[in-house]
Write a protein that binds this ligand. Structure first.
Ligand SMILES: *[C@@H]1O[C@H](CO)[C@@H](O)[C@H](O)[C@H]1NC(C)=O
Length: 144
């Protein structure tokens, strides 16, 4: 057994489409994170913050974005394998969408670094549909 194997998730997933969705966006976000961090390609991040792509999207802000994206991905990855019957895990996943959605909405409406365009639409749609999805399915998954 490899040293880190004990912290990897199990290989089976239970309970409907939602956990698969969490797994999917988690994996996609890890690549997004790596893009900011390792490949140092800021082009995608600049599309998201397209109202101030060069002044506000700096190397540091992109790495910070990559850092919270990675943390968020880890929470959702755990959620993908553990939300069934686990209210705390389920709520943690909901919070990742509240925080992410709040960030994008505030960068759009308050801080004005985003415009309502293709770059913002992706993250905003993922956050809002996931939030609605998780709220409406909460009873099915955790019974409260
Ligand atoms: C940002 O990172 C790029 C790629 O590593 C580098 O070429 C550039 O000099 C950096 N910019 C600043 C302001 O440090």
């Amino acid at each position: 057994m490899l040293p880190f194997q004990s912290i990897l998730p199990p290989t089976t997933i239970q309970g409907g489409i939602l956990p698969h969705w969490l797994l999917f966006i988690s994996v996609v976000s890890v690549f997004n994170s790596a893009q900011n961090y390792l490949i140092k390609d800021l082009s995608l991040t600049r599309k998201v913050y397209s109202a101030a792509p060069t002044t506000e999207v700096t190397n540091l802000s992109a790495r910070t974005f990559g850092t919270w994206t990675l943390l968020t991905s880890i929470v959702r990855l755990y959620g993908a394998y553990n939300i069934v019957g686990n209210k705390q895990m389920y709520d943690l996943c909901i919070w990742t969408f509240v925080v992410a959605g709040g960030h994008f909405a505030s960068e759009w409406l308050v801080f004005k670094n985003c415009k309502l365009d293709k770059g913002l639409a992706g993250p905003l749609i993922v956050a809002s549909t996931s939030l609605i999805w998780m709220f409406t399915q909460k009873e099915f998954y955790v019974g409260v």
